[in-house]
Design a protein around this ligand. Structure first.
Ligand SMILES: *Cc1c(COP(=O)(O)O)cnc(C)c1O
Length: 425
């Protein structure tokens, strides 16, 4: 679809800075050579830019093609992702849409079998409308890709860890297999669960790494964005061509918000991850089956830690009973019932009822996605409060026995009812 010669002007506003410092320092250090010395990157809330003459175009002319606030964001992201070029678009799905436009009718995609729901939906759409077939494989076994590699393979789409089953795939091993037999294929990694702070797919052999900026990069659930990092300028030019052609570049205000959010990525992630580690341990101590790459019992613990600097802050656990899981989710007070993750606040959900409900039940069963699975996305609250709230919910749902606490909770519920009754009097 993008075989015409790219592009206009994809030159970033300022040259990509090589990383000079450790990652936490780079993350908070945004280059900004503003003529007035503004400490924060200014918001260029403008659609057009005046030109000096009719024949000589300046660096910017129209915000769909380029905007200085977006360029600052993109340069910063390229630096922390280890990318030759990075681009910011309107959502994570829009990032994948841009990437899949590099695929022509008749080409094929190979992807995991435990993908983000929206990714599944877009791939099904491509199969139905564009004659682009996707082979779903179990990416935990790198060899399983071999029978599907062919001259038709254009994209290999990986997620690691997956969500919510937290399966890990070997990015370097798969990239090697793909590049050895399909020089035309691009290895693409959805790195949303890890963020560039913890894992850098481009340094592990991927050609493209993308993120939903809605999650950890922004960190506050107050904007939607997608980010695409490209290993080479040549891939970057193809991606830029699609973004300019389709008009999905991130607007100036959201670009500014994302710059603001990303500066605190390392402190948020350190804290969220430390909290998640405690929560995982707590649940394991009570005998629940926990899925978390920070847990020693995770079957791919070693592999994950070879690729990533930490386990992240999303985990899931099984209770053995769907009703019990529903009661737990509804009994928590601090943990907000919500889809999504990456926010500073802690969230709880039941994937089969919420984020993954669009996947038909028989396919969920095929993929061994337990109906009772609870997903926890751990935030930056005081972990003692998070544990107390979870403990009380487990007891009140009947998943744990604690006579004294149960009586206390009952009393509190009665007191609450009395207080409401009194207010009504
Ligand atoms: C949320 C998410 C997306 C989609 O991103 P949006 O910003 O919601 O469009 C893609 N992949 C993963 C792993 C996600 O969690």
């Amino acid at each position: 679809m993008t075989s015409e010669t790219p592009p206009l002007d994809t030159t970033p506003a300022s040259p990509i800075t090589q990383r000079k410092y450790r990652i936490a320092t780079e993350i908070v250090t945004v280059d900004n050579a503003d003529e007035h010395g503004a400490a924060s990157v200014p918001i260029y809330q403008t659609a057009t830019f005046k030109q000096k003459s009719a024949t000589q175009m300046g660096e910017y002319d129209y915000s769909r093609s380029g905007n200085p606030t977006r360029s600052h964001l993109e340069n910063h992201l390229a630096k922390i992702m280890g990318a030759a070029r990075a681009y910011a678009v309107t959502s994570g799905m829009s990032a994948l849409d841009v990437i899949t436009r590099l695929v022509k009718s008749g080409d094929e995609i190979i992807a995991g079998d435990d993908l983000y729901g929206g990714t599944n939906r877009l791939l099904s759409f491509l199969a139905k409308t564009q004659n682009v077939k996707t082979h779903h494989i179990d990416t935990t076994n790198s060899q399983s890709i071999i029978p599907h590699l062919s001259v038709k393979t254009r994209l290999v789409l990986l997620e690691t860890p997956t969500n919510p089953l937290i399966k890990i795939c070997d990015i370097p091993a798969i990239a090697k297999l793909v590049h050895a037999s399909c020089p035309n294929a691009l290895v693409v990694v959805d790195n949303t669960m890890m963020s560039p702070y913890l894992q850098k797919p481009l340094e592990l052999g991927a050609d493209i790494s993308y993120h939903s900026g809605t999650k950890y990069l922004s960190g506050h659930h107050d904007l939607m964005a997608g980010v695409i990092g490209c290993k080479t300028d040549a891939i970057g030019e193809q991606i830029y061509y699609v973004i300019n052609a389709t008009g999905c570049g991130l607007g100036p205000f959201d670009s500014w918000l994302l710059i603001r959010g990303v500066k605190t990525l390392s402190v948020r992630m350190d804290r969220q991850q430390a909290n998640a580690q405690r929560v995982a341990q707590f649940l394991e101590d009570y005998g629940f089956k926990v899925h978390y790459p920070g847990s020693r019992s995770h079957p791919q613990y070693e592999l994950h830690h070879k690729m990533a600097k930490g386990p992240g802050a999303v985990l899931s656990f099984e209770t053995g009973d769907v009703g019990t899981s529903e009661r737990i989710v509804e009994a928590t007070k601090l943990w907000g019932i919500s889809v999504s993750f990456g926010c500073v606040n802690s969230l709880i959900s039941m994937p089969c009822r919420m984020s993954h409900a669009s996947i038909p039940a028989h396919i969920r069963a095929e993929r061994a996605l337990p109906e009772d699975l609870i997903r926890l996305c751990v935030g930056i609250e005081d972990v003692e409060d998070l544990l107390e709230d979870l403990y009380a919910a487990l007891v009140s749902a009947g998943a744990l026995q604690d006579q004294a606490l149960e009586e206390k909770l009952n009393r509190l519920a009665l007191d609450g009812r009395d207080a409401v009754a009194k207010r009504k009097d």
